[in-house]
Design a protein. Sequence first.
Length: 436
Amino acid sequence: MGSTHATGVVAYVNARLLDPSSNLDAPGGLLSEGESIVDFGPHVIAGQLPDGCEVVDCQGYSLCPGLVDIRVQLREPGEEHKGTLASAGRAAAAGGITSMVCLPNTSPVIDDNSVVEFVARRARLLGLTKVYPYGAVTEGLEGQQLAELGMLAESGAVAFTDGVKAVANAKVMCQALSYARTFGLLIVEHPEEPTLAAGGDMNAGEMATRLGLVGIPSEAEVIMVERDVRLVELTGGRLHFAHLSTAAAVDVVRRAKARGLDITCDTAPPYFALNENAIGDYRTFAKLSPPLRADEDRRAVIDGLVDGTIDAIASDHAPEDEDAKRLPFAQAAFGGLGLETLLTISLELYHNGFLSLLEVIRLLTSRPAERFGLPAGRLIRGGAADLTLFDPDRAWQIREYELYSKSKNTPFDYRPVQGRVVMTVVDGRRVFELLG
C-alpha cells in the first residue's frame, strides 16, 4: 500500500467528480496541495496543470469526498483483542472512510474528558482515518445520571449516545434532550425498549419459532422511537435515531419530520441488504443488534432511503473476536463488521435502480457530516483533501479472511458485490491503494 506524503501539488485527472453538497456529477479533476484542496471541477484536466505536480490518472473512476461513518465501535481502550484504533483505521481506509465517529462503549467509557482526548490523540498519531468521539449521555452508560455533556463537548465529543443501550429512563432522556437543547448538542438513541428485547436472539416471528430462538419484537424499536418523538416535542431537543430496521419506526420518523421536529435517523447496510433469512442454519455472523428483520421491513428501509426519511447510512461496525461468535446462537455476541463493506453494499441501491450514484454518496458524506457538524463530506476549496476514489462497477466477492479488521465477523461473507475503493486520501496523504 502506497503512503506518499504530500509535499507539493497533486492533480487527480480523468475522474468522474461527485460532490453531493453542490450536486456536482461531471467529468473533471481535482488539485490538492499539502493537506488541502486547491481547485476542482471540469476545467482541471491533463495538459493544463501546474509544472512539476504529481499526476494521478483516475481512469474514469468516481472521485468523491471521503466517506463519513457516524457509527463505529473501536474497542480501544479496553478490548484491543477485538479491534484497535489502528486496525479500524486500516479497515476504514480500505472502505474509503476518511472520518468516523466512535461509540463511547469503551473501557473506560467515554464519559470523561481524558478519554475523549485519549481517543483523539491516538487517532492523530496513527494518521489514518480521522476519529471523532461520541460522549456518553449518562455516567458509565448506566442510564441514571447525566454525564457532563457540556464539558465533554468542549473536549471534542461531537454528539452523545449511550452506544448500544437505549436511554431507557424517560425522565433521564427528557433531561438529556433539554440540556442538549440549551447547548445545541445532538443526542443519538439506540432505539430498543430494553425490557421487550431482553433475552432475545433474533427478530420475533415464524423463523425464530422454527429455530427455537427467543424473538425480539419489532415493537421494541418503534415504542422507543414513539416515546422519544414525544420527548423531542416536549423539550425542543435535537435527536438522531441510529440503525432503524423496521417499517413501523421509519414511518414514525417520517411523520415526525413532517411535523417539523428536529429529528434525523440512519440505517446500516444489513437492514436494506439482508433479512432474517440470512441467519439460515444459526449463522452467528448474522446475529446483529438490532436484529435482521422480515423482508417487508427491509423494503420499508429502502423506501425510507429513497424518500429522504432516512438521512444517512452508517457502517454500525461492531468487531467481535472468534470466541464471542463461535458459540451456540443464543450465547453468541451481537454485532458485525461494517467499515470495509459500507460503500460496496450501499452501491447496491444504485445498481438496483433505487437511487442515483450521487444520492448514494450523499447518504455517506454530506448528509451525516452536516448533521454531526463535521468538517467533512464535501469538496471545498481550502478544505481538507479527504478523498475517495472508487470504481462503482468492479465486481468482487467479500471474503472475511481478506478483510483488514482484526476481527472477521462480517454478515456479508462470500457475498458477490459490485463497486470497490481504489484509493483513499486523508489530508492529502494516500492511506489506501488497491493493488492490481
